[in-house]
Design a protein around this ligand. Structure first.
Ligand SMILES: Cc1cc2nc3c(=O)[nH]c(=O)nc-3n(C[C@H](O)[C@H](O)[C@H](O)COP(=O)(O)OP(=O)(O)OC[C@H]3O[C@@H](n4cnc5c(N)ncnc54)[C@H](O)[C@@H]3O)c2cc1C
Length: 638
């Protein structure tokens, strides 16, 4: 016989504990084991913190080691070779089998395709997968604990499900904190732990999937108990309907749930990459809806997890403010007027000049009204409202001379002025920052089309006002690896990946010339489809080649893969100081040759298509044990 009562249950009141409340297992704390919920949350937090601590210790250890290497090489020139040999087999083993290991044998950056043209993304690395498993297992066990651990204190299934509802709800909100933190571009953990944004993005996706499963468990447990409750002679869907009618909190919960369903389903890899900017914009809206839903659900029921949502809101608002301040600081400043006016200063915002290059690449030169004294390998988020007012895209800073008073309207590509210290800049002048942007399907295609349109080219050469575009740079987001502690630096670039690697050449050469880095030998290997690509960087190459000791320390090898391409040793194309060969690069061969002829410790950096990155990773793993060889991988993908 279904229980009936004449007293109306107060489903909005968590302290309503009437034993005659038929919905007591659907709301409030009846059956919910709050001490256990907190205990398990603390264990999960401890698990996450212990991963963080391990990363932090590794970071500090490698910072100290790299500093020692750098100082020792700078101070005692004959000590270089010591750092190039392994003193034990531990680190080579760790690098080969864990730190640099893909999940299987080779494939890591190359995407997995289910059919031609449809990719399901990349596979996790071995280390990432281990961390995901170690974090997922306790999550699953803690959620299932109410079901697995039944005893006499749990009179029936409704009690067990109430406990499950409390557990999954608590852990879902806790995981939401991590999922949001990991998604932030300016997440301070990136710097504290020395872990790149793409790794945090990976963990963002996994914690989000986990929390979604917990949300599903939370809702299912609630729905089952409510469906099975009879009140005033009604049950089933009527009970569920009655709950929604009586409680605004549940209506907000539905808003949150639908937002989570949307967020998870539109994040699948093929959808995400096919319409990345639409994905980003709608993802932000989805997160907003989810947070509003969860906040109101917790607030109206006065649930103790509410402060956790306030922490999330604090993260988001704090980061947004940080980004706004950063954008204003980077792009807004004073400009010295030289032409037209007699002189003086005026407010200025960043302007960009664009130039179409062969191979569907646009060279974009930004005149920034502030000094950019940043390390090589940094990237910026570029906003050009004329092309897409609601989008900003990440691009590496391919070229940033240490000191320049050039303006985009008056000069061509900015030139190097060697300064006394690697990375030291003239603080009094504006900066010129150059990006090279390969045309894809959206913003970058519009940019290239504009730069190559006859109307724009004509207007650029006539009136100076239409030469430049209003733009903003957000950043710079510096790379975590300076490459200044290794004596042998091997840079691999594939296609447009050269933008990431190029800026290391002048930086390291300057470091060598001023004896401020451990650099003794640099080789840049650039794999390109045809010789046209060389025009992307020839103005910069010319300047690099003119730097002191270029021939002594640095060398550049270009591999041109298309057989129809003219040039190379036989084809007649020559650039002094650049070795041009036809065919694909034999990564393993190049690396082994460099290991044999290395000076001191060696670092290999790669930026390019997935296939190249995977080959370099494999080659680096193969030479572990023969020498100290570190790997740095940068990707143009999240
Ligand atoms: C750290 C970093 C540095 C980069 N540096 C360069 C560079 O120096 N030169 C260069 O040519 N490219 C670079 N890229 C890649 C560049 O950001 C994308 O090619 C560009 O955003 C594509 O824009 P689209 O609208 O034309 O792309 P679409 O044709 O819409 O998409 C093409 C691909 O770009 C990805 N993409 C689209 N928008 C973004 C975005 N806002 N953020 C991240 N990925 C996106 C999509 O997932 C898709 O895989 C870099 C990417 C990253 C993450």
């Amino acid at each position: 016989m279904p229980p009936t009562t004449t007293l109306e249950p107060d489903v909005n009141n968590i302290n309503y504990t009437s034993s005659s409340d038929p919905f007591k297992y659907s709301h409030g704390f009846t059956g919910v084991d709050q001490p256990q919920n907190y205990l398990f949350t603390h264990i999960l937090l401890g698990t996450a913190l212990s991963f963080g601590l391990a990363a932090f210790v590794y970071r500090i250890w490698s910072l100290i080691l790299h500093k020692r290497m750098r100082v020792a090489v700078i101070a005692t020139l004959n000590n270089v070779q010591y750092w190039g040999d392994n003193t034990s087999s531990f680190w080579p083993w760790m690098k080969r089998n864990l730190l640099y290991a893909p999940l299987g044998t080779t494939q890591y950056r190359r995407e997995v395709h289910i059919t031609k043209g449809i990719s399901i993304g990349t596979l996790p690395s071995r280390l990432r997968l281990i961390i995901v498993i170690l974090y997922t297992i306790p999550n699953v066990l803690f959620c299932l604990e109410p079901v697995l651990h039944t005893n006499t204190a749990k009179p029936d299934i409704h009690h067990t499900l109430a406990e499950l509802r409390g557990r999954t709800g608590t852990l879902a909100v806790y995981n939401l904190v991590l999922a949001i933190l990991f998604a932030l571009r300016n997440n301070p953990l990136i710097w504290i732990l020395g872990i790149g944004y793409d790794t945090f993005n990976f963990f963002h996706r996994w914690t989000a999937r986990l929390l979604f499963m917990q949300v599903l468990g939370h809702i299912t447990a609630w729905a089952y108990n409510t469906y099975r409750t009879w009140y005033d002679g009604e049950g089933g869907w009527d009970s569920i309907h009655w709950m929604f009618e009586k409680s605004q909190s549940y209506r907000w919960a539905v808003v949150g749930f639908l937002a989570f369903v949307f967020l998870v389903s539109h994040s699948i890899n093929p959808l995400r990459h096919a319409f990345y900017e639409v994905f980003l914009a709608t993802h932000r809206l989805g997160i907003f809806a989810a947070l509003v839903g969860v906040y109101n659900h917790l607030h109206l029921h006065a649930l103790p997890q509410l402060p956790w949502v306030c922490i999330i809101i604090g993260f988001i608002v704090g980061e947004l403010l940080f980004r706004i301040i950063r954008i204003i600081r980077a792009n807004c400043g004073w400009r010295e007027y030289r032409n037209g006016r007699k002189g003086g200063r005026g407010r200025m915002w960043t302007r960009a000049s664009i130039e179409a290059l062969p191979g569907e690449v646009t060279r974009v030169t930004f005149e920034v009204p502030n000094t950019w004294n940043k390390k090589p390998g940094a990237h910026v988020h570029v906003w050009i409202p004329r092309l897409a007012w609601w989008q900003s895209h990440p691009f590496s800073v391919a070229w940033k001379p240490p000191s320049t008073t050039a303006t985009t309207a008056t000069l061509g590509p900015p030139s190097i002025v060697e300064t006394g210290h690697a990375g030291q800049a003239d603080r009094s002048s504006n900066s010129v920052v150059t990006c090279m942007i390969r045309a894809q399907g959206g913003f970058t295609r519009k940019l290239y089309n504009l730069a190559s349109s006859p109307a724009f080219v004509a207007s650029s050469s006539s009136s100076s006002s239409s030469k430049t575009l209003f733009a903003s740079l957000e950043g710079p987001y510096a790379t975590l690896h300076s490459l200044t502690s290794h004596s042998t630096v091997l840079l691999f670039a594939g296609g447009i990946g050269i933008t990431q690697q190029l800026s290391f050449l002048p930086h390291l050469l300057r470091g060598y010339n001023t004896n401020t880095t451990a650099t003794r030998k640099i080789l840049l290997v650039w794999c390109i489809p045809n010789l046209d690509c060389l025009s992307w960087i020839t103005p910069f190459l010319d300047q690099i080649r003119m730097m002191r000791n270029f021939g002594h320390v640095a060398s550049i090898r270009v591999f041109v893969s298309r057989s129809d391409s003219q040039g190379g040793a036989e084809g007649g194309m020559r650039i002094e100081g650049v070795d041009i060969s036809r065919g694909r690069c034999n990564v393993q061969g190049v690396l082994e040759e460099q290991v044999r002829n290395r000076v001191g410790a060696m670092v290999v950096s790669v930026c390019g298509p997935g296939m190249l990155s995977d080959s370099v990773r494999k080659a680096v793993r193969n030479v572990q044990g023969k020498a100290v060889v570190d790997l740095v991988e940068e990707a143009f993908d999240y």
